[in-house]
Design a binder for this molecule. Sequence first.
Ligand SMILES: Cc1cc2nc3c(=O)[nH]c(=O)nc-3n(C[C@H](O)[C@H](O)[C@H](O)COP(=O)(O)OP(=O)(O)OC[C@H]3O[C@@H](n4cnc5c(N)ncnc54)[C@H](O)[C@@H]3O)c2cc1C
Length: 394
Amino acid sequence: MNSRDVRCDVVVIGAGAAGMMCAATAGRRGRRVLLIEHYPILGEKIRISGGGRCNFTNINAGPGNYLSRNPDFCRSALARFTPRDFVALVERYRIPYHEKKLGQLFCDDTARDLIAMLKTECDRGRVEWRMPCPVDGVVREGDAWMVATPQGVVRADSLVIATGGLTVPKIGATPFGYRVAEQFGLAVVAPTPALVPLALPPDALSRFGDLAGISVDVEVACGGGRFRENLLFTHRGLSGPAILQVSSYWNGKEPIVIDLLPGIDAEDWLAGEGASPARLDTVLARRLPQRFAQLWCEARASSLPIKQLSGKQLREIAAELRAWKLLPSGTLGYNKAEVTLGGVDTRGLSGKTMGAANVPGLHFIGEVVDVTGWLGGYNFQWAWASGHAAGMSA
Ligand SMILES: Cc1cc2nc3c(=O)[nH]c(=O)nc-3n(C[C@H](O)[C@H](O)[C@H](O)COP(=O)(O)OP(=O)(O)OC[C@H]3O[C@@H](n4cnc5c(N)ncnc54)[C@H](O)[C@@H]3O)c2cc1C
């Protein structure tokens, strides 16, 4: 060993949400922990999340809010470190927070409060840092892990990979975690951007691009996901919470199906308006944004007065309002995505310890793992819970 080489019990690579939670937990158990982060600013993803206020958990988080090849994998970690446990920590630090909607908890002031809290938790666990510090590579020598960095080699009993997914590369994302998994024989479920705006093809954009900035309360369904939230038209296509949610279920081929009048029996409603002298778009504008109603009717060339439409035509229009199909041309990619779907295949990991079943001492936590939450605080809850699970065993 040269003078800059160090020994510790646990080395954690990646000081994001999961990495800091894991390091603090292991440190407070008395483990000697070293945390390595290559990006020069701590907790950038936490800082920019939730519009600067970080939607740090969801009080209703449970296994049903996550996508994974193995939907039961997240069950154990989520049960052992719950949203209440994280809220208790936030309250111990007297960080003010509020529920925005649907169980989503946000900081009242700034996400920086959480970064400071996690840093203090690491300090209390006597965690040591190498930051900024890139990692040149990892190898296993006998029972020990050797992590090579330009600042010397770190030797540890346990190695925890907490390098996150591929979103927002300009603040530090790398595929490092997937490469380590492959190096040690673990499978990786192909990563793709998720919780991401969807692009529309030129013909749909030429019809609906003018609606940029308009949002509609809808229910969107796609590939087993169904969400009642707002859809936002943008210059490039579709965004808003409803679209971000279903983007995680979109397979790149099937159209998304939009109920434009959720909670309303469209057929009954239109039948009730059947004698109206008003045009269809005027009637639709009673329940939908006016400009949207106009363009939607223009797109299907049906802006006749409603009383000129036959019962059959009204039923067809009602069916389209209930199930308007749009085929996106793609997603806006990792620069605009909130999370990465896919990642280290959970079939090679223990749900209790996050450790690799066939590689003693190697753990994967947070977004690098093939567990992806819905929009609404679920992804941070997974980072805290999986970080805690590994921190209790590494
Ligand atoms: C714009 C935006 C808003 C979001 N808002 C929310 C929200 O409000 N609520 C919510 O639940 N989720 C939100 N998310 C998702 C959430 O931020 C992530 O799921 C969560 O941060 C994942 O935590 P992590 O620790 O696994 O990964 P990260 O937080 O991504 O941390 C990984 C760390 O590893 C470091 N790293 C990467 N490669 C290397 C390497 N080779 N060597 C050393 N270090 C490395 C990175 O620099 C980074 O610091 C948002 C995401 C984005 C992009």
